[in-house]
Design a protein around this ligand. Structure first.
Ligand code: ZN
Ligand code: ZN
Length: 255
């Protein structure tokens, strides 16, 4: 599996793009920064978008991508997946013909640019040969992470945004992960803020990993607040984790 890190930042600054992870060419996890990073050709290849939750930094590119498709007259359609409450929020507050045109009806309801598809937590679907299962995580709004497995049994879990979430590992961690892509937004000194806003610090990450039935082969850290990235990086380096990498925009993860 080849995952291109389009964006992995916990805030937006030049060179720091909100979360989007491209699996091969057609599947994206979170849509924080598709249209501001990928060129037209790469944008038009996207067919499936899995959203972890409806916070703006994870859905920001969907309206612009839909607009680029209709203007480009490519006849492309995109399926957008998440759990029902997330789909409901996107439908009600984003594609409501006020904030943005309703691309679930454009150009016509049968061939609409966006097909919103509700998933059930814990229930697997298959897309392009990958098994994808959403599992609930801990965030102030309804949110899931995605367990993805290829035909050869390689698997990764992308948490999206999460605070401490033991229940998730009980369900999604029954077998060893080849890669865990996990939120660490704040330094250890901001533990309380991290917990109330549903994120992790380096210490909280270590506590999560200690509770996993199987330690992941590799840990990739995402969603750092750029304002604290040096502090967070120094704290992460002190953890007794051998295969830990702090992601940067433009990285490639090979599993
Ligand atoms: Zn969030
Ligand atoms: Zn976020």
């Amino acid at each position: 599996m080849k995952i291109r890190v389009i964006g992995c930042s916990g805030a937006e600054f030049p060179g720091h793009n909100p979360p989007s992870f491209l699996l091969d060419k057609e599947i994206v996890f979170d849509a924080g920064s598709i249209t501001n990073v990928l060129d037209r050709k790469a944008q038009l290849k996207i067919k499936h978008i899995f959203i972890t939750h409806a916070h703006l930094d994870h859905i920001l590119s969907i309206p612009f991508l839909a607009d680029n498709i209709i203007v480009g007259n490519s006849g492309r359609t995109i399926t957008l997946y998440s759990i029902a409450p997330v789909i409901r929020t996107i439908r009600t507050h984003l594609f409501n013909s006020e904030v943005w045109p309703d691309f679930t009806l454009i150009p016509n309801p049968r061939e609409a640019i966006l097909n919103l598809t509700a998933l059930k937590a814990g229930r697997m679907i298959t897309v392009n040969g990958y098994s994808v299962t959403p599992y609930k995580v801990n965030h102030p709004v309804p949110a899931v992470g995605y367990l993805v497995e290829d035909r050869g049994g390689k698997r990764f879990f992308y948490t999206g945004d999460t605070g401490p979430t033991r229940q998730t590992w009980k369900q999604a961690g029954k077998r060893q992960l080849d890669a865990l892509i996990i939120d660490v937004s704040f330094p250890n000194s901001m533990r309380e803020l991290a917990i109330t806003t549903g994120h992790l610090t380096p210490e909280l990450l270590w506590e999560e990993i200690k509770h996993m039935p199987f330690k992941p082969q590799r840990v990739y850290v995402t969603h750092l607040k750029p304002q604290y990235s040096r502090k967070i990086s120094a704290e992460l380096r002190k953890l007794p984790l051998r295969h830990l990498k702090i992601l940067k925009d433009g990285d490639t993860i090979r599993i």
